[in-house]
Design a protein around this ligand. Structure first.
Ligand SMILES: [Zn+2]
Length: 403
């Protein structure tokens, strides 16, 4: 690809995501220059030295944004999956050495290069599915050295320029073995968060807020410590039980709150007031056969912005495909197709505070674009299991093309 730019012609629909809907430009075209969108037109564009892509009458959409993943880790957990299918409970699996802490053991043992190489394979798969921005959390180290290693791996992945990588510090994912929780919180506050911030390795600080992990008061304390070091708060909230996570998100001014299977009404109202984006993870809910689903109708009624993420991780959702998340959002959570498509683009950008840069196809925005192989936007949600990403463009460069 040359620096002279790209022209995408012969698009059946350009989904700009401008405004409140899909911002559809029928029979549209897109001009890309210097890695940015220069023009979106409702007619074919003349080519002036650019490389032209004939979109063959298919839909063009902003690159998918995945605002919640655990991409970097050592070791898969297929054994646990089999145990769960055989009817073992979470507690039984944990007692047999499973759960987050088993991934912590494998992650601590892995070298930076091992973590990087495994994560890179997964990142390629994401890009093949059209993802152009991915948030990546630490949280399988639970000690300073391994958490920093994970975040450096995330930084290296971003430097490849395959996909934008947004790093999040999730030292508060669990309490390490043989450590008192109070001691660990103190270490998070006084050692780990300052070290991560000083190295400039994270944009966000996250916490796994549940009664049995970090309760609302503890989560608030950790997120406030992150804020003192300029890390933007985000939170795993109200997944297993109502734990006041949505309320914490509103109180600390979190950019987003994830999961939200059982938020309280008061918590949702507070989130709406504070403008916290709900990051919904229907793939996880489906994969685990969870008893509760996120209350999408209630969120819609309150005007809470809904984003969608894969939650890719080795335990509760080994799915890398953001288009499948949109499909689960519609089919399993009851979102409209418009909500689902905004959930994986513009609203996901808002969850990551990147909406001035990505998430819509408007002049000046980064040219992160998926040329699909479908003629109508509804196919993206409707064709269950289909990968619509024919060409993935990141920063104006083709980073993947299906033949
Ligand atoms: Zn998560």
């Amino acid at each position: 690809m040359t620096d002279s730019g790209l022209v995408l012609n012969n698009c059946s629909q350009v989904l700009t995501m401008a405004g409140d809907g899909l911002g559809i430009v029928e029979q549209g075209a897109v001009r890309i220059r210097d890695g940015r969108i220069a023009e979106v037109a409702d007619h074919a564009l003349t080519v002036a030295g650019e490389t032209e892509i004939d979109c063959c009458g298919n839909v063009v959409i902003p690159g998918f944004i995945d605002p919640h993943t655990h991409l970097v880790f050592g070791g898969w957990r297929q054994n646990e999956f089999e145990m769960r299918l055989a009817g073992r409970t979470y507690r039984e699996i944990a007692e047999a050495g499973g759960g987050i802490l088993s991934t912590v053991i494998h992650t601590r043992l892995a070298t930076a290069d091992e973590l990087y190489n495994r994560a890179l394979e997964r990142l390629h798969e994401m890009v093949n599915w059209g993802t152009t921005t991915v948030e990546v959390k630490s949280g399988y180290g639970l000690d300073t050295v391994t958490e920093l290693r994970m975040l450096r791996v995330a930084r290296r992945l971003g430097e490849l320029k395959l996909c934008r990588v947004v790093p999040t510090f999730l030292g508060a994912h669990s309490v390490p073995k043989r450590t008192a929780k109070a001691d660990y919180i103190e270490r998070l506050e006084n050692e780990m968060i300052p070290a991560v911030a000083a190295a400039g390795l994270a944009r966000f600080c996250d916490v796994f807020c549940e009664e049995f992990v970090f309760n609302a008061a503890e989560s608030t304390r950790i997120l406030e410590a992150g804020k003192r070091h300029s890390l933007v708060p985000t939170i795993h909230a109200d997944e297993i039980e109502a734990s006041g996570g949505a309320e914490v998100a509103a109180r600390v001014g979190a950019a987003s709150a994830s999961h939200l299977l059982q938020p309280s009404d008061a918590g949702l109202e507070a989130m709406a007031q504070a403008g916290v984006v709900a990051v919904l993870l229907p793939g996880t809910c489906f994969f685990l056969g969870a008893a509760h689903k996120s209350p999408v109708a209630k969120m819609r009624e309150l005007g809470i912005l809904m984003a969608l993420a894969t939650d890719f991780n080795p335990g509760s959702c080994p799915m890398l495909a953001q288009p499948l998340t949109a499909q689960f959002g519609s089919i399993y959570y009851g979102m409209t197709i418009i909500e689902a498509l905004r959930g994986v683009t513009v609203n996901a950008a808002r969850a990551l505070k990147l909406d001035s840069e990505v998430g819509t196809l408007e002049p000046g925005k980064a040219a992160d674009i998926v040329v699909t192989d479908v003629p109508d936007y509804r196919h993206i949600a409707y064709r269950l299991g289909h990968n619509p990403a024919w060409v993935t463009i990141y920063g104006g460069r083709v980073v993947h093309r299906q033949y």
